[in-house]
Design a protein around this ligand. Structure first.
Ligand code: FAD
Length: 476
């Protein structure tokens, strides 16, 4: 009976990176993957400079550079089809000065091949069904083309993504619709573009749309939305996607080109608000299986790599101590909480706020104020763009300097922000006043229709706000 040191379930970026790291240290690693490479994974494909840095450290960057993806150095934010702001993305020290959109059918195979080259043993087309932990180790059950197999290891790591069988089996599965986003993705050929586009639309807020250029004429395009809004507010993701397609066709017409768009594919995203302890008796969850995705930017690839590195550190320490039970693995939770809690807690708070569509008009107006400020202040644009791209710590949007810059404008700015004409302000002011009164009545009516949802939401915001303030300013 062969017992390996670590069984890793899922060969996405998280699982393959961990397999490479541990195999290089001499651990006996078995990587089980239900697909066969090359295989696709529905994603925006954007690998920020943080992700590229990790790939370089792992030894995978040369292969990516060889494929000549467009270097993404700037981004624009659109609101209701119009450009709100444009800006360059921040450059982090010792990181490549750009990101790339790398189709997952290519990226995942590159990292997987690195795991194999590092000495990990791999089994493709093996669907893991569950595991049992005992005193001597773990037994992992899988099926290969209908036949059941049992694999034995000292530890198991769930790197099996949004619908993780290992999380489910460990009792750590997250189904809360507040922490799940639903997304659709397609590939668009023909539109020349070299910067990332993020787009919002009042009708579908808090949904977001993206266009990430892969090559000079091919882009990954898609839309995402919090599942709770899809359910509670009846927002149709498909209609939002159709709006994005209209936008792409209009852009193509402006460039005098024709675009071809592949059929869209859908997939859920599990975000950080749902992250639980992520360790259990003889095992850990990494990457999206552990909800390690920034709720605001939807970025999960760098977090998949980072949590793989944290898991490797925890596993090395546990083997060195000769203790592999849950208590010996608890250090993993400390590592990721220290790294993410303040920042991704803030992202989660922002998404919790904007999830309340009763206030969508307020959030949209605030987005507009930020966009207008960004147009006037390049440094501000880089900072805010960096937060949306996951490159700048989210707490920087809470910094007094950003707040002051957002608010310190003259009357003409505010008139423009509220669509009030500078020459004939009175009719517009009266119109805005009437709109405000109508909106207040609508909010009051909607609260009285569903007071318990509103009460729970207000409580959630209060608790999360205190938590973020404590973690940001007291560091715990
Ligand atoms: C539409 C969309 C857009 C996104 N855009 C971006 C983006 O632009 N940039 C970014 O950084 N992040 C983005 N993300 C998030 C990103 O895709 C994930 O966070 C990332 O893939 C997580 O990597 P992972 O290795 O943890 O999991 P995954 O990439 O999901 O890999 C899990 C692996 O486990 C395998 N598996 C699953 N179940 C089993 C099983 N039972 N047995 C064996 N194998 C199994 C799967 O086949 C897969 O290979 C997006 C997500 C979505 C859905």
């Amino acid at each position: 009976l062969k017992i390996v040191d670590v069984i890793i379930v899922g060969a996405g970026p998280a699982g393959s990176a961990l397999a490479a790291l541990l195999a290089r240290d001499g651990y006996d690693v078995l990587l089980l993957e239900k697909g066969r490479f090359p295989r696709d994974k529905v994603c925006g494909d954007l690998v920020s400079s943080k992700g590229l840095k990790f790939l370089a450290d792992l030894g995978c960057y040369d292969e990516i550079a060889r494929r000549e993806f467009v270097p993404i150095r700037s981004s624009s934010v659109h609101l209701d089809g119009r450009v709100l702001s444009r800006g360059t993305l921040p450059v982090l020290p010792n990181h490549p000065p750009f990101g790339h959109a790398v189709p997952r059918i290519e990226l995942d195979e590159i990292v997987f091949r690195e795991a194999v080259a590092s000495g990990a043993r791999v089994l493709e087309e093996c669907t893991v069904l569950g595991f049992e932990a005992g005193d001597a180790g773990v037994a992992v059950d899988g099926a290969i083309r209908g036949r059941r197999f049992r694999f034995f290891g000292r530890l198991v790591v769930g790197a099996d993504g949004a619908s993780s069988a290992i999380a489910r089996c460990a009792g750590l599965e997250v189904r809360d619709a507040r922490y799940v986003q639903l997304a659709m993705r397609a590939y668009c050929d023909g539109l020349p573009l070299e910067h990332a586009v993020l787009s919002f639309d009042e009708e579908f807020f808090p949904g977001y749309a993206w266009i990430f250029p892969i090559s000079r004429t091919r882009a990954n395009v898609g839309v995402g939305m919090v599942k709770e809004s899809v359910r509670k507010d009846g927002i149709r993701l498909r209609r939002f996607y159709d709006r994005l397609v209209d936008f792409l066709r209009r852009q193509a017409a402006e460039h005098g080109v024709k675009v071809e768009i592949s059929p869209p594919a859908g997939w859920p995203i599990k975000t950080y608000g749902g992250a639980r302890r992520n360790y259990f008796e003889r095992g850990l969850l990494i990457g999206e299986a552990g909800c390690f995705v920034d709720p605001l930017s939807g970025e999960g690839i760098p977090l998949a790599f980072e949590t793989a590195a944290m898991a490797a550190e925890t596993i090395r320490a546990a083997f060195a101590a000769g203790e592999l039970g849950a208590a010996a693995l608890a250090g993993y939770e400390q590592l990721w909480r220290r790294r993410y809690d303040a920042d991704l807690g803030l992202s989660d708070l922002v998404v919790s706020l904007i999830r309340n569509r009763q206030f969508a008009k307020v959030w949209i107006r605030w987005l507009r104020v930020m966009g207008m400020t960004a147009v006037r202040d390049g440094e501000y644009a880089t900072q805010v763009g960096g937060v949306l791209a996951g490159l700048v710590p989210n707490r920087e949007v809470l910094s007094p300097s950003v707040l002051v810059k957002s608010l310190a404008h003259g009357p003409l700015f505010w008139m423009e922000a509220f669509d009030v004409s500078a020459t004939k302000p009175l009719p517009d002011l009266l119109k805005r006043g009437a709109e405000m009164a109508q909106w207040e009545r609508a909010v009051a009516a909607s609260i009285s229709r569903d007071p318990s949802w509103f009460g729970e939401w207000a409580l959630e915001i209060g608790v999360k706000q205190l938590d973020v303030l404590r973690k940001t300013f007291l560091g715990r």
